[in-house]
Ligand binder design. Structure first.
Ligand SMILES: *[C@@H]1O[C@H](CO)[C@@H](O)[C@H](O)[C@H]1NC(C)=O
Ligand SMILES: *[C@@H]1O[C@H](CO)[C@@H](O)[C@H](O)[C@H]1NC(C)=O
Ligand SMILES: *[C@@H]1O[C@H](CO)[C@@H](O)[C@H](O)[C@H]1NC(C)=O
Ligand SMILES: *[C@@H]1O[C@H](CO)[C@@H](O)[C@H](O)[C@H]1NC(C)=O
Ligand SMILES: *[C@@H]1O[C@H](CO)[C@@H](O)[C@H](O)[C@H]1NC(C)=O
Length: 333
């Protein structure tokens, strides 16, 4: 009898032990899920929109829901670069050929085929995601860089974008020495170092033909003005801006003001699409209101470069991007 009681007690004690353990485990897991529930209510998240940063930097330029103004304009699904598979809509093709009123343009499909036999045919920089933090500097050519001493901080960026006639030799202290990408069109072309990507902004089919020629026979020497017959650049690093992206910048960002976007503005919006953090230098006038290039010595006379861009509107957009924290704008001297 005693022996039986002992066994019953043992079973009871064991049962109690397991019940307690189970209730602790249950309580703990309940607590966890309910605190998540309250967190979600607090932040207005539903299950499908839990915080999901689009990049690994502190701030991500592409992050949505920080500014309605930005969200209305920015469209990450527009492909910035051309590849052998790029197809232009009829609208885009017509808009693009009208930019410089091209007469009798060559067969674009045939020209693209020839071009992408010489340069890489696959599309670059579609690698954005939660684990990437790519920091970029866009360097305009404004005289406000003179005496700025920005050089060393510019060179810390992963990508450094320069444009048109930009030079660094002799100006390293203010503008840096690194250039990963150089944006140009045939009429503003210059020779590049082997480790720099040439990024062509094409305004017409002839510009693509010029690139083919400049990398091979050199037989195109004239567009609407004289152009470099041959160019020194690494063929395996050449990139072409997609005319669809060009039109998107004009439609969404400039609302079709002015003739078409300037090289500086195109480069800025391009950078927003392929970078995560953006530092912008050398845009706008210097503190005396001069718009000269940093390598030029222009006394007092202020000038705006050309009549085909709405410089004030572009500058306003640039300052607005800065005021909503999408870019870090360095205003120079
Ligand atoms: C973004 O661009 C894609 C491709 O052109 C288009 O289908 C989509 O409607 C655009 N999104 C917005 C919000 O405008
Ligand atoms: C353009 O070139 C492509 C490929 O070379 C060819 O298939 C097409 O028929 C051409 N189009 C015209 C309008 O000539
Ligand atoms: C690119 O090449 C130039 C000249 O050869 C060199 O001075 C520079 O350090 C290189 N830059 C990078 C980022 O590799
Ligand atoms: C340049 O050469 C290419 C191929 O060799 C030819 O198709 C084209 O018509 C030439 N262009 C000029 C302007 O001579
Ligand atoms: C841009 O222009 C608008 C309208 O003219 C003005 O209200 C706004 O303050 C300007 N923004 C900047 C940053 O200059």
């Amino acid at each position: 009898m005693l022996w039986v009681m002992q066994r019953k007690q043992k079973v009871l004690i064991l049962l109690c032990f397991f019940l307690t353990l189970t209730s602790i485990v249950l309580r703990y897991s309940y607590h966890e899920s309910s605190s998540m529930y309250y967190l979600n209510i607090l932040h207005g998240w539903s299950d499908s929109t839990l915080p999901n940063k689009p990049c690994a930097c502190e701030h991500c330029v592409s992050e949505a829901h920080t500014s309605p103004w930005f969200d209305e304009r920015f469209n990450h699904s527009i492909r910035p670069l051309m590849s052998e598979n790029t197809v232009l809509s009829e609208d885009t093709y017509i808009w693009w050929q009208m930019l410089q009123r091209a007469k009798d343009p060559a067969n674009l499909t045939a020209v693209m085929k020839e071009l992408f036999n010489i340069i890489p045919s696959k599309e670059m920089y579609l690698d954005w995601g939660a684990s990437r933090c790519r920091k970029c500097a866009v360097i305009g050519n404004s005289g406000n860089l003179k005496g700025s001493s920005y050089g060393s901080q510019i060179d810390l960026n992963d990508f450094v974008f320069r444009m048109n006639r930009a030079i660094t030799a002799g100006y390293e202290k203010d503008v840096g020495s690194k250039t990963t990408h150089h944006f140009m069109y045939p009429e503003s072309a210059k020779h590049l170092q082997a480790n720099t990507s040439l990024v062509l902004i094409p305004f017409k089919t002839l510009d693509l033909q010029w690139l083919v020629s400049a990398l091979t026979t050199g037989n195109i020497t004239q567009t609407y003005t004289r152009v470099l017959a041959k160019i020194t650049a690494s063929k395996d690093k050449i990139l072409i801006i997609n005319p669809t992206f060009f039109k998107y910048v004009d439609d969404n960002w400039l609302e079709n003001r002015g003739g078409y976007p300037s090289t500086g503005f195109m480069t800025l919006i391009f950078a927003m699409h392929i970078c995560d953090e953006l530092n912008v230098y050398g845009f706008g006038a210097n503190s005396e209101g001069n718009w000269h290039h940093y390598w030029e010595n222009i006394g007092g006379g202020a000038f705006r470069q050309t009549g085909v861009h709405d410089g004030d509107y572009e500058y306003n957009i640039t300052r607005t991007l800065s005021s909503i924290g999408k870019i870090n704008f360095f205003k120079g001297t």
